[in-house]
Design a protein around this ligand. Structure first.
Ligand code: BGC
Length: 672
């Protein structure tokens, strides 16, 4: 009965959109499953998420419809979609950057809403007019005529692809066994066709319906089975995604690449560290290699770079290293909420990002010569969090971030990077940057960030399987643990959350934040074995100013300021922080859910210059000047209008800053 209604609605949509259907011409297959989740609800308000899987043909734009249960329910703010609401009915439509959804692909968006009385979940979800009830239907003879006589339709056949299972991976050249179960109520099954995307792989006419797909090359594939009944009706199964990867000798893709690994020491950084008095105590530590421009890939002479990506990997082989860490950092319109690390690519340069930046990196990382090295890519610092908190409506919003949200090139670029780099080999590991607790720890930022990360990854070729984990605190200064300032701590009956420092944040330190955010990400659909990295390069806060006991003050602000490990003026400060020290030394599996503590920001490399340095010998890359790096600056909306806390006399971002390096060693915690 329900199936029949679906057939009618497919025909009705085609009729009203004016498509002319020629007899015998097949309809595009349409179908979907949908989930409406109330993520959070409070008196008068709620936050919801809609996830839709496209079971039909690939689409280039979408319109997701549903009905609210009562007239009090309205959308107040939506992300990753536009909306129109008429009475109880809502339509959410794709934006410029997220309209393409492959067969088997998913789309999702979220919104904040208002309600009173009751807040039932949205019902009657549709995708481009087709009810999201499960399988896929092309109609068959009865519905391919303009006035369908659906009452004589013997009922749509059913089909499910039972093998391989969704998300499974194979090693190239692979043999993939496909199997399907199929029924044809009121008729009989005449055949089952097996497809890769729209390419027919093979057909079986007798049960059990199977096909052996041999010699499959590396890549990500979306497989379906299509049943045709003797009456001529067809149904296509839900799609199954698989990935086939080359090992190139790279071997098994492990859960936590840091376990048992010898991590590459960047000789360029190591030499600068060793040249500092006392620097040899840490100069053999592994640090991240920042690929912060196209020139960083090949390091041509005169570019200011000394070591190309290939040379780094060759160096790693020579060191006997089995893991190397690279920072992928060149998005169009990079660093939209600040000025010290603005990139070389303009907001619309997505084509150059793909072909001149990601493609060459992926090609080098795919070289089987480097298969013995686990290649960890840290994906695009600050970018997705900037879309959540700095694009519109908030205290820190900038026009540049609004532009990048609007044109979608952060999302598109990261999707491209994930798909390409993941496919570079089983020895490749992707970790997306997830800001830090003092940025997305608040409830209002926490869930939307996890949702945006998930919708972004789901849109990558290979989906969430491209993501091995996330990194927090990259190049930041947030303390790992705050023993005396926990969200549950109270002072004289008052929660520390109401102190000026904590400012109602749900988290006060990086470790608890990273662990909780990992759980939230798994809840949004990331694999349950993802792991977190925490950049502990500069979050030690040791030395004489480090508190050794909880304050005895009964004033909540005094208590927090005297007890906290993080000695910054404001948790929003990020540039060359005065008083900071080296944090935990890099090591694997330091805590539950944490793959490793890492030093991604190389200690001693500046975050930005204290004053404007014109392009020239001291600023060959033309780096910008951000006043958050000026010790006299009194702040903005993103740091509570506080002093910047930056060290004076700093060089441009990435340049060696000896005074900072000395301070970091001085205040190391654990001490050197
Ligand atoms: C700079 C990069 C530099 C990196 C590591 C970033 O802030 O923008 O150019 O490579 O820090 O020091």
């Amino acid at each position: 009965m329900r199936r029949k209604l679906a057939l009618v609605s497919v025909a009705a949509v085609v009729a009203t959109t004016g498509l002319v259907v020629v007899a015998n011409q097949a309809f595009a297959a349409a179908g979907c499953t949908a989930k409406y989740t109330i993520v959070n609800q409070w008196p008068g308000g709620f936050q919801a998420q809609v996830d839709v899987t496209n079971l039909g043909d690939a689409i280039t734009s979408w319109n997701v419809g549903w009905d609210f249960g009562n007239s009090s329910q309205t959308i107040t703010q939506i992300w990753n979609a536009d909306k129109t609401q008429s009475g109880l009915h809502v339509s959410a439509t794709s934006l410029s950057y997220n309209g393409n959804v492959a067969t088997g692909g998913a789309l999702s968006f979220g919104f904040n809403g208002a309600w009173s009385g009751s807040n039932p979940a949205g019902a009657n979800l549709t995708l481009n007019g087709t009810a999201c009830t499960g399988g896929t239907t092309t109609g068959g003879p009865s519905s391919s005529s303009p006035s369908p006589s659906t009452s004589t339709n013997p009922g749509a056949p059913t089909v499910a692809l039972t093998s391989p299972t969704n998300g499974s991976s194979f090693t190239a050249p692979a043999t993939v066994g496909l199997a399907a179960s199929a029924t044809a109520p009121g008729s009989s099954v005449s055949k089952v066709d097996f497809y890769n995307g729209t390419t027919l792989l093979g057909t079986d006419t007798t049960s059990p319906y199977t096909f052996s797909w041999t010699n499959v090359a590396a890549g990500n594939y979306s497989l379906t089975a299509k049943v045709t009944s003797a009456a001529g009706a067809t149904t296509t199964s839900a799609a199954v995604s698989i990935s086939v990867t080359t090992t190139g000798g790279g071997g098994t893709h492990v859960d936590n690449p840091y376990v048992g690994a010898k991590v590459y020491v960047n000789p360029d950084w190591s030499a600068k560290a060793a040249a500092e008095s006392g620097g040899s105590r840490i100069s053999n530590q592994p640090t991240g290699v920042w690929l912060d421009s196209i020139a960083a890939i090949t390091a041509p002479s005169g570019s200011g770079y000394t070591t190309s990506l290939r040379k780094h990997l060759d160096n790693a082989l020579a060191q006997g290293a089995t893991l190397a860490q690279f920072v992928i950092y060149d998005l169009p319109g990079r660093d939209c909420a600040a000025l010290a690390s603005n990139g070389e690519l303009g907001p619309t340069d997505i084509g150059r990002y793909k072909t001149e930046y990601i493609d060459p990196i992926a090609a080098i990382e795919a070289d089987s010569k480097y298969a013995s090295i686990r290649i960890v890519n840290i994906i695009e610092i600050d970018s997705l969090p900037n879309l959540v908190t700095n694009a519109d409506g908030q205290a820190g919003a900038t026009a540049a971030c609004a532009t990048m949200k609007q044109n979608g090139n952060y999302v598109t670029g990261i999707q491209y990077a994930l798909g390409k780099l993941h496919a570079a080999g089983t020895n490749n590991y992707e970790y997306i940057d997830a800001a830090h607790h003092g940025w997305i720890g608040w409830d209002s930022n926490f869930t939307p960030s996890a949702q945006l990360f998930a919708s972004t990854a789901k849109g990558a070729v290979g989906g969430v399987n491209t993501v091995d984990g996330f990194i927090t605190n990259t190049a930041n200064y947030s303390a790992l643990s705050e023993p005396w300032v926990q969200p549950s701590t109270t002072v004289n009956g008052q929660s520390v959350r109401q102190s000026k420092w904590v400012d109602w944040n749900q988290y006060t330190d990086e470790l608890t934040f990273a662990q909780a955010f990992r759980t939230a990400l798994v809840g949004q659909g990331f694999n349950s074995n993802i792991g977190m990295l925490i950049d502990t390069s500069r979050n030690g806060w040791g030395g004489s100013a480090r508190p050794t006991a909880a304050s005895t003050s009964t004033d909540v602000n005094t208590y927090v300021d005297q007890s906290r490990i993080d000695r910054r003026i404001h948790a929003g400060n990020w540039c060359n922080q005065s008083g900071a020290g080296l944090g935990e030394r890099p090591r694997a599996t330091p805590a539950t859910g944490i793959d490793a503590y890492v030093w991604i920001k190389p200690p001693g490399e500046s975050d930005g210059s204290s004053s404007l340095i014109p392009t020239g010998p001291n600023n060959p890359g033309g780096k910008g000047f951000d006043r958050m790096c000026d010790p006299t600056y009194t702040g903005n909306g993103r740091n509570g209008n506080s002093l910047s806390g930056a060290l004076p006399n700093a060089p441009v971002s990435g340049a060696w800053f000896s005074a900072q390096f000395q301070q970091l060693m001085q205040n190391a915690y654990p001490a050197l």
